[in-house]
Design a binder for this molecule. Structure first.
Ligand code: SF4
Ligand code: SF4
Length: 389
């Protein structure tokens, strides 16, 4: 039975977050637990979620108060504390500076690690992906603690403890994985393998203010008031999924794969939730990026493949928001690009050739203006509306 601490925390006051995280560690076993997690002399790397270059306190990134609270606790157990990430877009050093993490790290002597330095790794226990080029720093750290931000996600349905390590794949190689793993099932297996290769040790999920709707970059704030902590990434994500409205955690692709491959605990009966109850903190109002029916686990699993295909949304433009920056074009991983930039109404705008689109949603994920949304068409629109009603 995996243990997960679920703690209510209503604000980003750093003293309060620290107190709540200490309560969480107490529930998990207190001092002896922390000493086992971080043996004497270990190096510890903290991996926040830094999708792109964002302002401090932005919904898009792990909040600097959560980062600081974790640093205050972990520094008592390790003198070799560092942090880093490889954002989906933008310079890593600028991303950590802008998000307020450099300032915190400077005060506590936490070293910044540049994830652009990588190494080749073999992973014999992998489900699918046995050969990896990954960032050296998280791989070589004795203890890797992931600090995900809870957000919606077009391809993965939600970002959490499992998905956060995609940032340990350096820069442009993320695009290569998208072109190789084009369906959610294989993409999920790839994420699980990545965590197997890295050996991620512990997760502290920032779900105080989560992101609903058009995530993981352009969604809206949702005050969930939750911190979720545990050694099992799948168990932490399973609790998060149930909090935001997936009544069955197997509706989330990575959790389904984790369960079916026996990679980790996912089912409620496999997880002891300590502290708050899911029942008390869960919501039915959270706007999911993808509904349970999209995963074709239940009745939709019995439908013809063509109909299941209709349940996959497409990227669609909100013209009034587009500023013609071309980032969507730049981040599309396919060659030739699915997107072409056209002149319309005196400005440059993207146009999609949907026949070739692999629905990785990188364009929607990284648009700086929220000008790209997921949109269902035809029968998919009807089914989606029905399943969300
Ligand atoms: S859709 Fe977004 S990323 Fe693409 S050009 Fe417009 S603003 Fe830029
Ligand atoms: S157009 Fe967007 S969703 Fe389609 S392949 Fe390119 S980045 Fe992915």
């Amino acid at each position: 039975m995996e243990q997960v601490a679920l703690i209510e925390c209503p604000s980003y006051d750093v003293d309060l977050v620290e107190q709540k995280l200490r309560e969480g560690f107490e529930l998990l076993g207190g001092e002896p637990f922390l000493r086992r997690l971080i043996p004497a002399g270990s190096s510890v790397l903290l991996k926040p979620n830094l999708l792109s270059v964002e302002a401090p306190g932005s919904l898009v990134v792990t909040h600097h108060a959560v980062f600081e609270a974790v640093v205050r606790i972990v520094r008592d157990y390790s003198e070799k504390l560092s942090f880093g990430d490889s954002p989906g877009f933008g310079d890593p050093r600028r991303a950590v500076e802008k998000a307020g993490l450099t300032e915190v790290a400077g005060r506590y002597g936490v070293k910044f690690q540049d994830f652009r330095e990588s190494l080749h790794v073999k992973c014999e226990d992998a489900l699918l992906c046995k050969s990896w080029e990954i960032a050296r720093a998280p791989y070589e750290a004795d203890v890797l603690i992931t600090l995900p931000k809870l957000k919606t996600h077009g391809l993965a349905f939600m970002t959490g403890a499992i998905k956060n390590q995609f940032g340990c794949v350096p820069g442009l190689q993320k695009a290569a994985w998208h072109t190789r793993m084009t369906d959610p099932r294989n993409f999920s297996r790839m994420l699980l393998d990545l965590n197997t290769a890295l050996g991620t040790h512990f997760a502290i999920l920032d779900g105080i203010t989560a992101m609903e709707g058009n995530g993981p970059r352009n969604g809206s704030p949702f005050q969930l008031n939750a911190l979720i902590m545990g050694q099992s990434l799948s168990a932490v994500d399973s609790v998060a999924a149930r909090l935001i409205g997936y009544s069955d955690p197997l509706d989330v692709p990575a959790l389904k794969e984790a369960h079916e491959s026996k990679w980790g605990a996912v089912l409620p009966q496999e997880i002891a939730v300590l502290g708050e109850s899911i029942e008390r903190l869960k919501t039915t109002h959270f706007k999911l990026a993808r509904s349970a029916s999209d995963s074709s686990n239940r009745i939709f699993g019995l439908m013809a493949p063509l109909l299941r295909g209709a349940m996959v949304p497409e990227p669609a433009l909100r013209q009034e928001k587009c500023i013609g920056c071309r980032r969507c074009f730049d981040v599309c991983p396919l060659k030739p690009k699915v997107i072409s930039m056209i002149e319309k109404g005196g400005k440059s705008m993207p146009r999609w050739n949907m026949d070739n689109c692999i629905r990785c949603f990188c364009c929607q994920e990284l648009c700086p203006e929220g000008a790209i949304e997921l949109r269902y068409r035809g029968i998919g629109k009807l089914l989606h509306r029905h399943s969300n009603s």
